[in-house]
Design a protein. Structure first.
Length: 313
């Protein structure tokens, strides 16, 4: 890769915290990764970290591994959760960014108070479900090159999170939006709070992206690491794996996406109005759905990584 593209990659990584997310925001993705981390045995954790550190430097992925004097296990845990955000961090770098991989729209509409599923209007050849299936097959192949395996793992960390964000699997059709909304991006809510000089309105998609942060507010003086780990612990306590075991559907990506679609279809009640702030009751619903989706995403991600990392006979 050229020096110019490498420089663009580093610039994108440096500026990412100031730019809007396009999936669960970075808090959501990192919480999902931490939940998965807790479900995996130490040898698998170490193997995944070693594999991702073999990415080429110009990808920016190895640069997410902190080079400081903290304990190695703490830095590995941090790298794992940060790697789950990598596909968003490089969205300004054409060599690595693949916008169609983050979603798979299913079309539907309201008709006389009921949901009606519609035929696909447009499906990208490379989409969220297609990529998950492709990457599972790729990671199960022990012969793929180290740098390829590295970025593939990072994509899997991210896309398992994406498929559990309801608006990543939804395109609501209306008379004004015959080709879908898409994923709530065209459904605008209230103005974002100050400072907001351009008077930008929050989209419904962004509202769901930020649901994990809405569920767990960062406390004064709390470090990012402490905040993320506390959020993951609270989600696992509220939705322990033992209670979700029968719903895990390991590797059934279409099932996961259909769950998100059903959740998205419930995300447009008559009380939700354009250009208005959602009600406290709506916020509570979103928070509860998001917590459960994040728990499922973390548990399912751990199972998927264990599956593709197990030696084949």
């Amino acid at each position: 890769m050229s020096t110019r593209v490498a420089a663009l990659t580093l610039a994108a990584l440096a500026s990412a915290p100031c730019t809007p997310a396009i999936a669960w925001n970075d808090t959501g993705h990192q919480v999902v990764a931490l939940i998965a981390w807790e479900q995996m045995p130490a040898p698998l954790r170490s193997a995944l970290i070693a594999a991702m550190r073999r990415a080429t430097p110009d990808s920016g992925l190895p640069g997410l591994f902190a080079q400081d004097r903290r304990r190695l296990d703490a830095r590995e845990r941090e790298f794992f959760r940060r790697a789950a955000t990598w596909p968003d961090l490089i969205r300004d770098v054409p060599a690595f960014h693949h916008p169609t991989w983050h979603h798979r729209d299913f079309y539907w509409k309201w008709d006389r108070g009921r949901v009606v599923d519609l035929p696909d209007v447009h499906v990208n050849a490379e989409n969220l479900l297609e990529r998950l299936a492709h990457f599972r097959q790729r990671l199960a192949d022990p012969t793929i090159a180290g740098p390829d395996r590295a970025v593939t793992i990072a994509w899997v960390l991210h896309l398992v999170g994406d498929v559990h964000q309801p608006e990543h699997c939804s395109a609501r059709v209306t008379a004004a939006e015959p080709f879908g909304d898409p994923g709530g991006n065209d459904f605008k809510l209230a103005l974002r709070p100050p400072p907001n000089p351009e008077r930008v309105r929050q989209s419904l998609h962004a509202y769901w992206d930020e649901a994990i942060e809405a569920a767990f507010r960062r406390q004064p003086g709390e470090t990012a690491t402490a905040y993320l780990e506390r959020s993951a612990r609270l989600i696992m306590a509220r939705h322990p794996r033992t209670l979700l075991e029968r719903d895990l559907a390991p590797g059934e990506f279409d099932v996961w996406a259909r769950e998100s679609l059903v959740a998205a279809q419930a995300a447009y009640p008559p009380t939700l109005l354009r250009n208005r702030a959602p009600s406290p009751a709506y916020r509570s619903m979103v928070v509860e759905v998001a917590r459960r989706r994040a728990a499922l995403a973390g548990y399912r991600l751990a199972l998927l990584l264990q599956e593709v990392s197990s030696p084949r006979r």
